[in-house]
Ligand binder design. Structure first.
Ligand code: NAD
Ligand code: WQD
Length: 342
């Protein structure tokens, strides 16, 4: 019988919570490990309100080996693992590099160790398009070289991919898929869960919705003299539910032994680049709100343009992003309004 209990680390976070819903919709039982370092326990009730099923939560730090070992001992029949748990703030990682290296790498290493010890063979890992840096040609394919990371956070993703590959070479029974996300945005169609950054958001979409709702006075558009059609940077924004569904497909690929190698990696994007001003225009169109923004100086370290070649994920995984930019901005705004009770 197929083991259908899946461990989702970081399952209370932004992408993990949406993926939990996608897994439940596909018939899986989800067990979450999360230490609430960047999330809140009431996410469990939010998930239950949408799906009717409250996932089990084991609240501990994945870097605590004894707790992790006990968790695996108590969950003997895990079918696979989706590993989201990590710290992800680029600026913070520059200020606190050791926290990032320790949290993101130790948690992964301990997880891989427990996978071997408890014979859980399948891992889906959250990687990032940040590994490509400023790509030499666009759209960026998986064959593009990984560039030297510009932040400790980015470096943890590169090193994590290397650690997984090295471990899999030595342990051919383990199978993994790394998914390189482009820019995840938007929220579940219910409007009941979404992105909830602590403090002032670094990312564009939550900054837009928090400005529109009145929490921030204005959005600063970082740079307007880049070599792009309107002078602002280009990114490949992807709806978080498209991303969530890709995780279910990747996991199934492993569980059904359809993978072609024991380590595979895929870009997850729409293939469509959008400028910052195009995102703002979409937000204004779908929300009916005029956004208060100002064109300001460049943000140091920003990549100018990046968007994905999605052919590999389309053809090999059989997955394609279905939701467009307007659905991303509409759902992000609906979530912001619901969350603030407006
Ligand atoms: P998030 O911060 O919303 O979720 C991460 C969750 O992991 C949080 O609930 C946090 O409490 C938990 N966590 C962190 N360290 C932990 C630990 N040591 N033990 C237990 N729980 C721990 O982040 P997200 O946006 O959902 O990102 C999920 C993953 O995707 C991360 O690995 C991130 O680096 C990666 N990623 C995110 C983006 C993005 O823009 N959001 C882009 C590319 C890759
Ligand atoms: C998008 C665009 C900004 C805020 C970061 C991480 C990366 C990845 C995703 C995980 C850029 C512009 C933003 C604002 C703005 N995470 N912007 N005003 O820079 O692509 O990547 O998140 O792996 O590692 O670096 O995303 O949302 O910060 O910015 O004008 O207040 O919006 O300059 O062009 P980015 P972002």
């Amino acid at each position: 019988m197929e083991k259908n209990k899946i461990l989702v680390t970081g399952g209370l976070g932004y992408i993990g919570s949406h993926t939990t819903l996608a897994l439940q919709a596909a018939g899986y039982e989800v067990v979450i490990v999360d230490n609430l370092s960047n999330s809140q326990a009431d996410m469990l009730d939010r998930i239950a309100a949408i799906s009717g099923i409250k996932p089990a939560l084991a609240q501990f730090d994945l870097c605590e080996e004894a707790a992790l070992d006990q968790f695996f001992a108590e969950h003997a029949n895990l079918g696979g693992i989706i590993h989201f748990a990590a710290f992800k703030a680029v600026g913070e990682s520059v200020a606190q590099p050791l926290n990032y290296y320790k949290n993101n790498l130790l948690s992964l290493m301990l997880l891989l160790e427990k996978m071997q010890k408890y014979a859980v063979p399948y891992l889906v890992f959250s990687s990032s398009c940040t590994v490509y840096g400023e790509p030499e040609s666009l759209p960026v394919t998986e064959a593009a070289p990984v560039q030297k990371a510009t932040s400790p956070y980015g470096n943890t993703k590169q090193i994590s991919e290397e650690i997984i590959q090295d471990v899999l070479k030595a342990q051919p029974a383990l199978q993994a898929i790394a998914l390189r996300y482009f820019n995840p945005v938007g929220a579940h169609e219910s409007g009941q869960i979404g992105e909830l950054p602590l403090g002032v958001p670094n990312n564009l979409m939550p900054f837009i919705t928090q400005t529109a709702i009145g929490l921030r006075s204005e959005l600063k558009v970082f740079g307007h003299d880049y070599d792009t059609p309107d002078g602002t940077c280009i990114r490949d924004y992807i709806h978080v539910m498209d991303l969530a569904e890709a995780h279910v497909i990747a996991l199934q690929r492993l569980m059904e032994k359809k993978n072609r190698a024991n380590y595979e990696f895929f870009n997850l994007g729409t293939g469509q680049g959008s400028t910052v001003l195009e995102v703002i225009a979409s937000f204004e169109r779908t929300s009916g709100q005029k956004l208060n923004y100002q064109l300001t100086e460049r943000r140091p370290g920003d990549v100018v343009k990046i968007y994905a070649d999605t052919a590999l994920a389309n053809e090999v995984l059989g997955w394609k992003a279905r939701r467009n930019l307007d659905e991303m901005t509409r759902s992000a705004w609906q979530w912001e309004q619901n969350y603030r009770g407006q």
